[in-house]
Write a protein of this length. Structure first.
Length: 147
């Protein structure tokens, strides 16, 4: 099986069976993000305790890229410290801004490397980043409120 086909399967698996796609009944922060260029939407809520992402839930509508990317992101950040989660976000953002020149660090990004090909299509980068930016927004709001 070619790597591109494997990556397509990873994306479709996360789209068909998304991880953590259920809003939490109690949370530290909730945000709503929309990709104005296509209409994809994400509601994301999370619990941060003792500097760690304890839990994250989300719901949304949109293309397979935005939904799969949010699923992958949620799986990657839960259980990490805020600093570790933000480093993962930074690594993914760098991958998306690479215009196809980078493959991503599998040790950091795990399944998110399957989205590397998206970076060749500027119109789709916002789709892939939607859930990640919602996460960053929620984290920043939580951190700023606690300072």
């Amino acid at each position: 099986m070619e790597l591109d086909s494997l990556y397509q399967e990873v994306i479709l698996d996360h789209y068909r069976t998304p991880l953590n796609k259920k809003l939490l009944p109690t949370f530290s922060k909730q945000v709503h993000h929309v990709n104005p260029s296509c209409g994809d939407e994400i509601d994301l809520n999370l619990v941060i305790e003792d500097g760690k992402v304890q839990s994250l839930g989300w719901d949304g509508v949109g293309c397979s890229i935005s939904q799969a990317s949010t699923s992958i992101m949620s799986d990657l950040v839960i259980g990490k410290t805020v600093d570790e989660a933000l480093l993962t976000l930074e690594s993914f953002t760098k991958l998306m801004q690479s215009k196809g020149t980078e493959k991503g660090d599998e040790n950091i990004l795990e399944d998110a490397v399957a989205l590397a090909g998206v970076s060749k299509f500027p119109a789709r980068i916002k789709c892939a980043l939607l859930g990640w930016m919602a996460f960053k927004d929620a984290v920043m709001q939580t951190v700023n409120e606690s300072n």
